[in-house]
Write a protein that binds this ligand. Structure first.
Ligand code: SAM
Ligand code: SF4
Length: 343
């Protein structure tokens, strides 16, 4: 079906937040996956070999992504995070970000990347007013980095982080922790915040490695905090942003901060404001739960804007209380890879 060209939908009446779930939470944050493809193979996200990516025609086109995002914004979404897969491996991503930044109701666009974007794209992001970026980095040791990502790219990613800071981006690092992988990196990461104004966030591993086997993480949020507290007596608790998934701290006198994200323990669900759209159009209201609708299919079947809005409302009205309830709805243990769900 032909998609209306305009993205300027600044209509006061239709901008009111209407996405309120059964538990009274206003959903105003859309996590938009633009691709399932990636140039890395992080062990906790994808198998090393044999990943079957979806055919390109099954991915939402940029035009469809912009149109759907515009509809979400008419319904109250104010922040979009671009994720994947690796967003910067998809051709045309910068033009797409340009289109998104023209949506008048959007207050903030942020990006999550593995840090292989290159300086040209950084400058373009700044031109578009995109100044917040999350970079995944699981180790400060070149060999461990290789072991975890299966790519020899440590220097490139580290240089990228330094360049982002120099250009004035607000940078958060995401570090997934696991026993026998990178526990020895916790303290070096905290020390990195001594000299650099960035935030390092330690994540519990989640069961989305694409293999279907998973053990609950030994290094949960309590263990991570206890370990850091054993080594520092000058930890200061910071005020967390509303809807934050991380609990944030800093070492007194350091330039940056660190946070802990209980991504497996799911203690933050009570304030969840998220909606997720996968690169193939699956709409979820929880990472742990099943897709509730496929907006690509509905759009390609010829639905008009009203029908899409009704579908979105219907999905939101089924949002689960928390990630544990959502997980119960999955027929079997989740086998999905984060790259297909959209991180
Ligand atoms: N490629 C980009 C990146 O790596 O930042 C964006 C997509 S990635 C799927 C988004 C985030 O999900 C990353 O911070 C990554 O570390 C995290 N992630 C992926 N699989 C995970 C898992 N099984 N447990 C915890 N975090 C995971
Ligand atoms: Fe790629 Fe990001 Fe998944 Fe690593 S976490 S394999 S960089 S999508």
């Amino acid at each position: 079906m032909p998609i209306p060209k305009t993205t300027n939908m600044n209509n006061q009446a239709s901008s009111l937040p209407t996405l309120i779930d059964p538990y009274g939470r206003t959903l105003d944050y859309l996590r938009l996956s633009v691709t399932d493809r990636c140039n890395f193979r992080c062990y906790y996200c994808m198998p090393e070999e044999g990943v079957e990516f979806v055919p390109r025609k099954e991915l939402l086109t940029y035009e469809e992504l912009t149109y759907l995002t515009g509809i979400f914004c008419e319904m109250g979404v104010r922040k979009v995070r671009i994720t994947g897969g690796e967003p910067f491996v998809r051709k045309g991503i910068m033009e797409f970000l340009g289109q998104l930044s023209a949506i008048s109701q959007l207050r903030k666009i942020t990006v999550t990347s593995n840090g292989t974007l290159g300086e040209e794209k950084m400058d373009e992001l700044l031109r578009l007013g995109i100044t917040n970026i999350n970079i995944s980095l699981d180790s400060l040791d070149k060999d461990r980095f290789f072991e975890m990502t299966r790519r020899d790219k440590f220097e490139e990613v580290f240089d990228c982080i330094m360049a982002l800071l120099q250009k004035g981006f607000e940078v958060k690092l995401n570090c997934v922790l696991a026993e026998e992988k990178n526990i020895q990196d916790i303290l070096p990461f905290v020390e990195l915040t001594k000299s650099y104004p960035l935030s390092v966030r330690f994540l519990e591993e989640m069961p989305f490695n694409g293999k279907g086997t998973f053990e609950p993480p030994k290094w949960n949020h309590n263990a991570i905090y206890a370990y850091i507290a054993e080594h520092y007596d000058r930890i200061e608790k910071l005020l967390d942003e509303k809807n934050s998934t991380s609990t944030n701290y800093m070492i007194k006198g350091y330039k940056g901060s660190f946070g802990i994200i209980p991504s497996y323990s799911r203690t933050f669900c009570g304030t969840c404001n998220r909606i997720r759209l996968s690169a193939t159009g699956e709409m979820r209201t929880c990472l742990y739960g099943p897709p509730r609708a496929n907006l690509r299919d509905i759009l390609r079947a010829g639905a008009d804007k009203q029908e899409l809005k009704e579908t979105i409302h219907n999905v939101v009205s089924q949002k689960e209380k928390d990630g544990f309830q959502a997980e119960k709805l999955q027929a079997s243990k989740p086998k999905s890879s984060m790259t297909f769900l959209g991180g």
